[in-house]
Design a protein around this ligand. Sequence first.
Ligand code: ZN
Ligand code: ZN
Length: 362
Amino acid sequence: MPDPTLTAARRDALRRRVRDAGLSALLVTALVNVRYLTGFTGSQARVLVTADGDADVFVTDGRYREQAEAEVPGMERIVNPTPGWLRERLGGRESLGVESQHLPWDDVRDLQRRLGDVTVTPAPEHVEALRQAKDDAELDALRRACRIGDRAFAALVGWVRPGMTEREVAVRLERTMVDLGAAGSSFDTIVASGPNSAIPHHRPAQRRLWSGDLLKVDFGALVDGYHSDMTRTVAIGEPDARLRRVHDVVREAQAAGLAAAVCGAAAAEVDRACRAIIDAAGHREDFTHGTGHGVGLQIHERPLLSPRSVATLADRMAVTVEPGVYLPGVGGVRIEDTVIVGPAGAAGPESLTRSPRGLLVV
Ligand code: ZN
Ligand code: ZN
């Protein structure tokens, strides 16, 4: 659980944004954002953050009374609020921002009706913007999650065998991460073998691994709410020369992407760096997705690393770099790491996932 001074600092950072946006207050309703600002991990809550700081409050229902006392000790709390709580709380404040990327239209209309003269304004993505650069507690959780991913992969290399089904590999990998201390998997594990490895987000099925297959595993561990994300592609027995070449190309592309992921770089530049190598190798059409994404309390968050991204990388951002080449019906390779962008002038990012990137033949 983050300590209360840390979540208070996050609310203060949000408060500056609320002020800069000319709002009197922001009502935070996305649960992941509530968690970031308060430490609360339950499934029903909202937080009001005011520009002047005088009326901040955490609101939940009776099911979470005890949990809120334990997890949100540093903030005023209302449990089972009256229908008029928000209007009373706002006092004479004139404008309320809402997380319009998240709040359903019906709820906005209902709020506007109950709030009378208060202007309800769309104020999307303020907390998401703050969440891009990670503080020390977040980096620590991400490091632990990534370490579990590495250890689970090392274990997989030891036990994976021809004849196992993709499903068996996925279940055992997920079980390994839990045994190593993860709360669970950070998303549905992708295990894709042989021709299935050419499907970027293949769902593991009953196909059995055979000698000569590529085996692509994309998986992560969940630790204290933070997600790790790593992909490795290994060979079950010696692969044919064409697939080995594809692995070399993707590895080179990923190294170029990692080198480009520095403070001040355009996120689109990281994508370009990967794509340039893959294009030059004649696989322009075979890299069918963006290069990466932010990772933290959600498996996919800002910034996006794609050709169309307008984001700029900054110190302490956690992002993935994950180029791939997919040859339909034949096989595919993706190599992905979760990395932390360093401060200005740093040579490159710190990779939190550290499993070997070369082609392992198991
Ligand atoms: Zn992944
Ligand atoms: Zn990813």
